[in-house]
Ligand binder design. Sequence first.
Ligand code: GDP
Ligand code: IMO
Ligand code: MG
Length: 423
Amino acid sequence: MLLGAQWGDEGKGKATDLLGGSVDYVVRYQGGNNAGHTVVVGDQKYALHLLPSGILSPGCTPVIGNGVVVDPAVLLSELSGLAERGVDTSKLLISGNAHLITPYHTTLDKVSERFLGKRKIGTTGRGIGPAYADKINRVGIRVQDLFDESILRQKVEAALDSKNQVLAKLYNRRAIAVDQVVEELLGYADQLSGYVADTTLVLNNAIDQGQVVLFEGGQGTLLDVDHGTYPFVTSSNPTAGGACTGTGVGPTKISRVIGILKAYTTRVGAGPFPTELLDEDGEKLRTIGGERGVTTGRDRRCGWFDAVIARYATRVNGLTDFFLTKLDVLTGWERIPVCVAYEIDGKRVEELPYSQTDFHHATPIYETLPGWSEDITQAKTFDDLPKNAQKYVQALEEMSGAPISAIGVGPGRDETIQINSFL
Ligand code: GDP
Ligand code: IMO
Ligand code: MG
């Protein structure tokens, strides 16, 4: 399994694509098209939102698990966009139990953010929160409902009953007609039917037969609705446990849990971020690292590496390995500060505080490591790295609690130093 160890955008897409050539299945288990995964293959650049990054590896079957929320319009346009570029998308499997994002979810996401004003989360506006809320409230629409018009209509009616009251009375918006939603959704049924499968059965059979299944997390540990910086989180479980509930594969079947970890830190949207840099260094990280959102085009907030967060990710996910990405972005700094602990109300704290109030008051305690100026993008082995880059990686590994098994030195597939095999 592979997941984000920070606030998302760690380079999960690249890491998944790298492994895609040697695995049989790549499975998304949570989130939806709030994700933005950039994958660079040779001179081609792909931006994936909903589809697993394994779709770019010809031998690999991409799977959308039951824990994902699927916007059918986005899915179809992503599929046709890839097909136009010559990517074979025919192997895709979608769980019939995955929930749908409908136009009313997207509308509600946007109006509720506007309503929150200064307290807004800064969501991607893709309807993620409202779709998961309906799932938990038991008024969600699932992929399988597309194939039974009468059930679909009943469910849309049930969902819109209260929503139309809220839209009209609270948000001052026009009510949404049941017929219009049903008609739109039915329009997707034929195009999607060939992809729908009992993915839990398929994946468990594959594992029993010795095939390799890779779970690809969206978002990241600190955006997890249970373990992240609530309420400034997404509405799903990107952490390791989410892969089990989001696919129907039990924890005893999962052998490796790889945390994708950026060599510095970024965050999109609102919420606490202790090592955030609002100065020239932050701007430099943003420019050199190309830290602009793939989904919303927003500038990402940037800061130094935070070892407290990395240790926390090791703990709540049971990480076996880290894949450290974007080390090349740090080339050129004379000295690189790394946050080793926080100071909260005059006390040194080594672990992520569970209290939101404390986390908001946390100020980083930095240790400063010597930087390097040599270009490292051509490095193929750990020994090819300048001594200070090696020391930076070793220091991060010691602080973070799991071995760093691969290092990214550029966006391309081959711009990776593999230290331990993942398989
Ligand atoms: P994801 O959401 O975790 O898949 O990450 P994003 O794709 O949103 O953001 C990561 C960005 O960093 C993408 O533009 C990648 O192409 C790029 N990237 C990934 N790994 C590396 C690396 O090691 N070095 C550099 N320079 N860029 C990388
Ligand atoms: P990938 O997979 C970074 C953030 C949003 C917002 C919060 C809630 O590319 O790492 P949502 O639309 O999910 O309800 O928004 O979560 N967010 C992400 N930030 N990378 C992502 O995905 C994100 N997906 C959601 O910015 O703060
Ligand atoms: Mg991203």
